[in-house]
Design a protein around this ligand. Structure first.
Ligand code: CA
Length: 671
C-alpha cells in the first residue's frame, strides 16, 4: 500500500502510471553495452540525502520501491528512476532514509522483471530480498578503525585453515554460545567436555596463520526465516556478493547486524594474530534466470552457448559468469576491493578460478595489492565443465605463471598423498600405494622446476611439467571441504588398516604438507582426524555430518599435538618456507634412497636464513622399518613418528638411519 503522505520524493512522483517511459533499448552485442565506470552504484546514504544508482542499460523503465520491513507488506512508496549516463538510472532523496528497505524493478521488453536489491547492495534484510539503507559507520565495532591486519613477512609463511562458519561451533561439545554464527569465532575460553580448548582458542593454539572461511557472502540455500531448522549448506550458491550471509548473523532482518558481526569476527581474529580469507564464488550465481544479475540486465553477466544462446555451464551449476565482459570484470574487482577495505579481509580464494579470464584475475590482483601487498589470492585452477571462454584465456593451473601473485591448488600433491580424489578406494603414498615417490617429490618442490626431477616419469594433471613459477603460487594440501576427509578416505581406501596405522598415515600426511615448500593448507579438524561419516559431497548434509566433533580432540590428542608441533617447526624454520624456485634449486637436494616408497631430501646451507645449517627430511610410507643411508655427521633428531621437539629428541651419528614404518623424520646438523 502506498502512502503518499509519508514522503516527498525529490526527483519524481511516485506512481508508475505517470513514469516517463524510455524507448526499447537494443544492442547488437554485449560488448556494445555502455560501460559505467563512475562511483555510486547501489544506494549511498547520508543523513541528508540518499542516492540510488542502478546500471541497467536495456531497461525501458526502472522503479524503486520502499518498504518498512525486510519481507512482506506493501511498499510504503514507489518512485521512478531517471535515465542517467552510461546505462545507469538515478534517483535521489533529500531526506533521512535510514533503515528503509528498498527494491529495484526493471522493465525490459515491455515486461516488469523481479524486484531485487540490485547487484550492488551492501546491506539487505532477510534472505537478501530487499536492500536496506543503513549508516555503514554505525556497523563498526569498537576499535575497528585502528584495528590492523596481523603482520605477514612473506606469502610462503602462510598456513591456511579452511573452515565453515557453522562447522566450528554447532556441535554441543564446542562449548560455544553463538553456535553456527560469525560471533562463534569471537568466543575465547571455550572448552570441550574433556576440558580441552575449542573454537578460536584451539585454532590459535594450533598455530595456523590464516582462516579461510567457506562462502560467507549472502547465498540462497539457507532460508533465513527458518533459522530454527538449523539447515546447513556450504554456500556455493551466491545471491548477493557484497553482503555477509544472514543466517550466520543473530538477526538477518536487520541489515546492519550481519555487517557488524562480520566485522567483529574479523577484528577478533586479527587481534588474535589470525588473518581472514574469504571463499569467493564469482564464477556463477545460485539462481540463473531469476538471479539478481539477470533480473537487472538480462543475459549480460553470463556466458552463452553459441548454438542457441542458452546459458553455458562451466560451473556445473547451471550458468557461468562472463568475467571478461567490462561491467562483470568491474563488478568482481570492485567487490573484492570492497571486502578488503570495508571489512579488512586479508585474502580471497576463488572457486573454480579457471572459469575466470586471466586478465581479470591480474587486474584484480593489481587492485588488491595496491590496497595491501600482503593480501593473498589463490584459487581452483580448473573448471567444472567446458566454457565458451577459450582455454588459453582461462585462469587454469597450467597458466599459473601468467597469473600475477595468484596461487593455485596443487591437485598433484593432494592425490599423490591420499589417492585419486574421485576414486574412494584408491590409496595414496601415505596409505600404501607404490610408485608415488616422483609425485611426492614434485609436491615437495611446490610444482616448480627442480633439476633433480624427471618430469616425463611424473604424473601431473593438466600440465606438461612444473606449472608453478614459485612456491608462493602453489597451495600444498591433501584435503579440503570437498570430498572425503582424510580420515574417511583412509578408512575407505584401507579398510584393513588398524586405527593406529591410520593415525600414523594421518600424521605422515600432515608431515608431508608441513615440511614441503609452498603454501600449507589444512582442512579444519584434520588435526583431530575429522570424519564426515564417509559422506563425500556434504554440501547440504546436516550439521551432524559436517560439524566438528570436539570430543575427538581428546580421542586423537596425539594427532593434534603432532600437527601443532609440525606447524611450530615450520614457523620456526624458514628453510621450509623458501620464497623462490631459484632458492629451492640451490638449497633443496633430494637423496636417492635405495628403498621404494621413501622420499628423502635435504635443505642445505642455512636455506632461506635458517639457523640450522642442514636439515634432513625423510618420509617412509612402507609399513615397516627401513634403513636409509644418510650423509655422515652428527644429526639431531627433531621429529619422528610420535614426537616433534624443536629442541631435539637426541643425536645420531651414523651413515644409516632406521626409519619406522609410515612415518616422517626430520633431523638437522650444524656442521
Ligand atoms: Ca542468505
Amino acid at each position: 500500500m502506498r502512502n503518499p503522505f509519508l514522503f516527498i520524493p525529490i526527483l519524481f512522483l511516485m506512481t508508475s502510471a505517470c513514469t516517463p517511459s524510455s524507448d526499447k533499448v537494443e544492442y547488437k552485442s554485449y560488448e556494445e553495452y555502455p560501460v559505467y565506470d563512475g562511483e555510486g552504484l547501489g544506494a549511498h546514504y547520508t543523513p541528508e540525502k540518499t542516492t540510488f544508482r542502478l546500471w541497467a542499460p536495456t531497461a525501458e523503465q526502472v522503479r524503486l520501491r520502499f518498504y518498512k520491513q525486510a519481507l512482506g507488506g506493501e511498499p510504503s512508496r514507489e518512485a521512478a528512476m531517471e535515465k542517467a549516463e552510461k546505462g545507469t538510472w538515478l534517483a535521489s532523496f533529500n531526506e533521512d532514509l535510514k533503515d528503509t528497505y528498498y527494491t529495484f524493478q526493471v522493465k525490459v521488453g515491455g515486461k516488469w522483471l523481479d524486484e531485487t536489491p540490485g547487484p550492488y547492495a551492501t546491506a539487505v534484510g532477510t534472505n537478501g530480498k530487499r536492500g536496506q539503507i543503513i549508516d555503514m559507520a554505525e556497523t563498526n565495532p569498537e576499535g575497528w578503525k585502528e584495528s590492523q591486519r596481523p603482520s605477514l613477512a612473506s606469502p610462503t609463511d602462510i598456513i591456511i585453515y579452511e573452515l565453515h562458519v557453522r562447522d566450528l561451533s554447532t556441535h554441543s561439545s564446542s562449548g560455544i554460545q553463538h553456535r553456527g554464527k560469525f560471533l562463534g569465532l569471537t568466543e575465547t575460553g571455550t572448552k570441550s567436555p574433556q576440558g580441552l580448548s575449542t573454537g578460536l582458542d584451539h585454532i590459535k593454539a594450533l598455530g595456523v596463520t590464516h582462516i579461510h572461511l567457506l562462502p560467507s557472502f549472502d547465498f540462497l540455500s539457507v532460508d533465513e526465516t527458518k533459522l530454527g531448522e538449523n539447515k546447513f549448506n556450504w554456500g556455493y550458491d551466491p545471491h548477493l556478493y557484497n553482503v555477509p550471509e544472514g543466517s550466520y548473523s543473530t538477526n538477518p532482518a536487520d541489515g546492519a547486524v550481519r555487517i557488524r558481526e562480520f566485522k567483529q569476527m574479523v577484528k577478533t581474529l586479527h587481534d588474535n594474530g589470525l588473518r581472514v580469507i574469504m571463499d569467493v564464488v564469482y564464477n556463477h550465481t545460485g539462481a540463473t534466470e531469476h538471479s539478481v544479475f539477470n533480473q537487472t540486465v538480462p543475459g549480460y553477466y553470463y556466458r552463452h552457448n553459441k548454438k542457441d544462446d542458452s546459458f553455458s555451464n562451466a560451473s556445473g551449476c547451471g550458468n557461468e559468469t562472463a568475467s571478461e565482459r567490462a561491467m562483470v570484470r568491474q563488478f568482481i574487482i570492485e567487490s573484492v576491493k570492497y571486502w578488503a577495505t570495508e571489512y579488512k579481509v586479508d585474502g580471497f580464494r576463488f572457486d573454480l578460478m579457471g572459469i575466470h579470464d586471466i586478465e581479470t584475475m591480474n587486474l584484480l590482483s593489481d587492485a588488491l595489492h595496491e590496497i595491501d601487498p600482503t593480501i593473498f589470492i589463490y584459487g581452483e585452477g580448473w573448471t567444472a565443465g567446458d566454457s565458451p571462454l577459450p582455454a588459453e584465456e582461462r585462469a587454469l593451473k597450467r597458466h599459473t605463471s601468467r597469473l600475477k601473485g595468484i596461487a593455485a591448488f596443487s591437485d598433484d600433491i593432494r592425490d599423490a598423498i591420499k589417492g585419486h580424489v574421485f576414486t574412494s578406494d584408491d590409496p595414496g603414498f601415505v596409505s600404501g600405494k607404490p610408485g608415488q615417490e616422483g609425485r611426492i617429490r614434485f609436491g615437495v618442490t611446490a610444482a616448480t622446476r627442480h633439476p633433480q626431477l624427471n618430469y616425463d616419469s611424473i604424473q601431473i594433471y593438466d600440465a606438461d611439467g612444473p606449472w608453478s613459477p614459485g612456491p608462493a603460487q602453489t597451495i600444498t594440501y591433501f584435503s579440503c571441504h570437498d570430498n572425503h576427509t582424510l580420515w574417511d578416505r583412509l578408512t575407505l581406501s584401507r579398510p584393513d588398516a588398524s586405527k593406529e596405522e591410520k593415525i600414523n598415515m594421518q600424521k605422515l600426511a600432515g608431515a608431508i604438507v608441513l615440511t614441503s615448500q609452498g603454501i600449507s593448507f589444512l582442512h579444519a579438524g584434520v588435526e583431530m582426524a575429522r570424519t564426515k561419516e564417509g559422506v563425500e559431497n556434504s554440501f547440504e548434509s546436516p550439521d551432524s555430518i559436517n560439524q566438528i566433533d570436539w570430543e575427538r580432540k581428546a580421542k586423537f590428542k596425539k594427532v593434534f599435538d603432532y600437527y601443532q608441533g609440525l606447524i611450530a617447526l615450520r614457523k620456526a624454520h624458514p628453510a621450509f618456507r623458501m620464497p623462490t624456485a631459484e632458492m629451492m634449486q640451490k638449497h633443496l637436494k633430494f637423496l636417492e634412497p635405495s628403498e621404494p616408497n621413501v622420499v628423502a631430501f635435504m635443505l642445505t646451507d642455512n636455506a632461506n636464513g635458517d639457523p640450522w645449517k642442514d636439515i634432513l627430511v625423510i618420509y617412509n610410507a612402507n609399513p615397516e622399518y627401513k634403513n636409509i643411508s644418510i650423509p655422515s655427521g652428527s644429526w639431531t633428531l627433531v621429529l619422528d613418528r610420535d614426537h616433534v621437539a624443536g629442541g631435539g629428541l637426541g643425536t645420531i651419528s651414523a651413515d644409516e638411519l632406521a626409519v619406522p614404518g609410515i612415518s616422517a623424520m626430520v633431523l638437522y646438523k650444524n656442521q
